[in-house]
Design a protein around this ligand. Structure first.
Ligand SMILES: Nc1ncnc2c1ncn2[C@@H]1O[C@H](COP(=O)(O)OP(=O)(O)OP(=O)(O)O)[C@@H](O)[C@H]1O
Length: 250
């Protein structure tokens, strides 16, 4: 069989067209996404915002191939994920997508270093030592690499999860509330790292956040409301984001 993931196109990291997702059926069905069309260009940093229940996590999970949409299309690295079987989807996730979960999802029995290198090990790849060193140093993890997750603070575990997502150099990184467990100065350092990795290394990052100050580090902020994309702000400031959040809530 032809390995279709071999023809992936990294210049088109991620997009969605008419994306919908309904959980359940009948009277209890919940329409979490109701036709979202959006494009994430290479080397850009996007913040996804919106009230609780507006569909942010569902959007990230569908874009990352962790959840199957009920309608529309998702493209990652130029491939339509909705046409792939589970094996092909797993391969695209492994080779082209990084994901930072709200709950970190670290392996408790492995050290920080082993957790960071796990996706590369599973793919039979070696880490680029320069990329690994720069990522670990920028995240302030240099002296924590031999500790297990249980010996790390929540913020340190968060940073290990982020290093793990970046070190494979995926075409796109999806991060669900990556600054949620961090104090404000560590959060600012992480956001600066994400921004630099987009602008200097061509990384593409899509981040869910509730925090307008975090969103102001991004190139663009998207506002979801009730499963729809209702606003897009280019070069957002915290004040402009707050303003849009207030006006879409009223
Ligand atoms: N597995 C599921 N089964 C049923 N309904 C779900 C499921 N996951 C999400 N939903 C519903 O879909 C809607 C969107 O949820 P989602 O988690 O995407 O929102 P969110 O914007 O990420 O919220 P939050 O900011 O609280 O994390 C909500 O009404 C939620 O209750």
């Amino acid at each position: 069989m032809i390995d279709t993931s071999a023809i992936a196109d990294p210049s088109r990291p991620a997009s969605a067209r008419g994306l919908s997702k309904t959980y359940g059926t009948g009277p209890t069905a919940v329409a979490a996404l109701r036709g979202v069309t959006v494009e994430f260009a290479r080397g850009t940093f996007t913040a996804v915002m919106g009230p609780s229940g507006s569909g942010k996590s569902t959007l990230m999970h569908c874009l990352a191939g962790l959840d199957r949409p009920t309608g529309g299309h998702v493209y990652v690295s130029g491939r339509d994920l909705t046409t792939l079987d589970d094996r092909q989807l797993t391969r695209i996730r492994r080779d082209h997508i990084g994901f930072v979960f709200q709950s970190f999802n670290l392996v408790p029995t492995l050290t920080a270093r082993q957790n960071i290198l796990l996706p590369l090990d599973l793919a039979g790849r070696r880490a680029d030592p320069a990329r690994l060193g720069a990522t670990v140093a920028a995240l302030g993890l240099g002296d924590r690499l031999d500790h297990r997750p249980g010996e790390l603070s929540g913020g340190q575990q968060q940073r290990v999860a982020i290093a793990r997502a970046l070190v494979t150099e995926p075409d796109v990184v999806f991060a669900d509330e990556p600054t949620g467990a961090l104090d404000s100065s560590t959060a600012a350092g992480l956001l600066e790292l994400l921004r630099r990795s987009c602008h200097e290394l061509g990384q593409t990052v899509v981040m869910v956040t509730h925090d307008p100050i975090a969103a102001a580090h991004a190139d663009r902020a998207l506002l979801l409301s009730d499963g729809l994309l209702v606003r897009e702000l280019e070069r957002p400031t915290a004040a402009a984001v707050l303003d849009q959040m207030r006006s879409s809530a009223s």
